[in-house]
Design a protein around this ligand. Structure first.
Ligand code: FAD
Length: 382
């Protein structure tokens, strides 16, 4: 067992840290306040190859490993969780399924622009009636000649407002239920593909979250991703990577919570001394540090195994569950140690507290992660 990062991994982390601290962090409060998509930052991430970190260079990516991706994502998320999720969705949910399941011709056509950041991707699995029960898809894909025609509604789609390409799940054979789901790569400019609602959110307000209506959207048959009827496999396999990404986003928020708490408690004086001198405060700081470290270890382990091409349903869920709950507790603690200043907009904890909550919900709620973990340990043991 080796707990050291490689030189390449550290180089990617340091590059991402430099970018995040100098360019992203100064804008985070404004992006949140104005619910503004960070267009220029996304362009800069593209230039730094942060939108396809673990995609091979021949397809426009940085050609780095999964651990490097996770380290970079944590750095960006520590500076701004909204920018973090935009990066996470493009890497994990748009590039990954194409990298893992597409033909070479599809990779050249779709992966290269996504990984290079020329185009932005989104992932359309959730529907009004298919949230935790993702297999309960209602969107239909009817094949006519050399095309499929997609009709349905997709709910809560991150990056959906800006996306050029969407990975869309739909039923090609409704009679087969979850075995009748297929995955498609859809050009968002196709007639009938429409943003029908833009959500106003509690946190990660700099990223878009939209409802998409699909009205007889014509998708060339060559855009079928993988095999007809294997869409759920594509979706769940993608979420194994996605959940490690959300764990990294959560760790970024956790680290930001600890960072500002360490600074503030040394500066803030009450009863004639720094509040960091009170043991009650020290215990809270200690718990934050342990939670962050444990969450990072689970996240790095899952990323390392995924990078070796292993199935990581268990490890991805463990990392996501623990990291998101640790993140929520650390954000809560950051507010607490800041007292009243933690509750107002001028200080970072107020935003971290709102941003943290989503990590316990998207890409599978904590309840769903516990179900996945329980199913795995009940069938395979520990
Ligand atoms: C900001 C945001 C961004 C998102 N981005 C995307 C995206 O890019 N692409 C995408 O496809 N989706 C996205 N989602 C959707 C997200 O993944 C779902 O919201 C999430 O999976 C939960 O589904 P739901 O909202 O329908 O809740 P429900 O499934 O209705 O769950 C409601 C409650 O019931 C619980 N519950 C449900 N089933 C069970 C069970 N079997 N056992 C115990 N408890 C259960 C849940 O844990 C939860 O507490 C996003 C959501 C949000 C809010």
């Amino acid at each position: 067992m080796d707990f050291e990062f490689t030189e390449e991994q550290l180089a990617v982390r340091d590059m991402a840290r430099d970018f995040a601290q100098k360019k992203v962090k100064p804008l985070a409060a404004e992006l949140d306040r104005e619910a503004k998509y960070p267009k220029n930052l996304v362009r800069e991430m593209a230039e730094l190859k942060l939108l396809g970190v673990s995609v091979p260079e021949e397809y426009g990516g940085a050609g780095m490993d999964m651990v490097s991706y996770i380290l970079a994502l944590q750095e960006v998320s520590q500076a701004c969780a909204s920018t973090g999720v935009i990066m996470s969705v493009n890497n994990s949910l748009a590039c990954e399924p194409i990298k893992s399941f597409a033909s070479d011709a599809q990779k050249k056509k779709f992966l290269t622009p996504l990984a290079s950041g020329e185009k932005i991707g989104c992932y359309c699995l959730t529907e009004p009636e298919a949230g935790s029960d993702a297999a309960n898809q209602k969107t239909i894909a009817v094949k006519k000649g050399a095309a499929y025609f997609l009709t349905g509604t997709k709910q809560f789609i991150t990056n959906g407002y800006e996306a050029d390409l969407a990975i869309v799940y739909a039923l090609t054979d409704p009679a087969k239920g979850k075995k009748g789901i297929s995955a498609f790569i859809v050009d968002a400019k196709t007639p009938g593909f429409k943003v029908s609602k833009k959500e106003r959110k509690l946190g990660i307000r700099g990223s878009s979250c939209v409802q998409i209506s699909l009205d007889n959207v014509e998708v060339p048959a060559e855009n079928l991703l993988h095999i007809e009827g294997e869409g759920l496999k594509v979706a769940l396999s993608t979420l194994e990577v996605g959940r490690i990404g959300i764990a990294a986003q959560a760790n970024g928020i956790s680290a930001a919570a600890l960072e500002c708490s360490l600074e503030y408690t040394k500066e803030r004086h009450q009863f004639g001394k720094a509040i960091a001198d009170f043991q009650a405060i020290q215990f809270m700081l200690a718990d934050m540090a342990v939670r962050l470290d444990a969450a990072q270890l689970l996240t790095y382990k899952a990323a390392h195994l995924k990078g070796q091409g292993k199935r990581t349903a268990l490890e991805s869920s463990q990392a996501k569950l623990f990291a998101s709950e640790a993140c929520m507790k650390n954000a809560w603690t950051a507010v607490q140690v800041h007292g009243g200043y933690g509750y107002v907009e001028d200080y970072i904890p107020e935003r971290l507290f709102r941003d943290a909550k989503i990590t316990e919900i998207y890409e599978g709620t904590s309840e769903i992660q516990r179900l996945v973990i329980a199913q795995n340990i009940l069938s395979a043991g520990i």
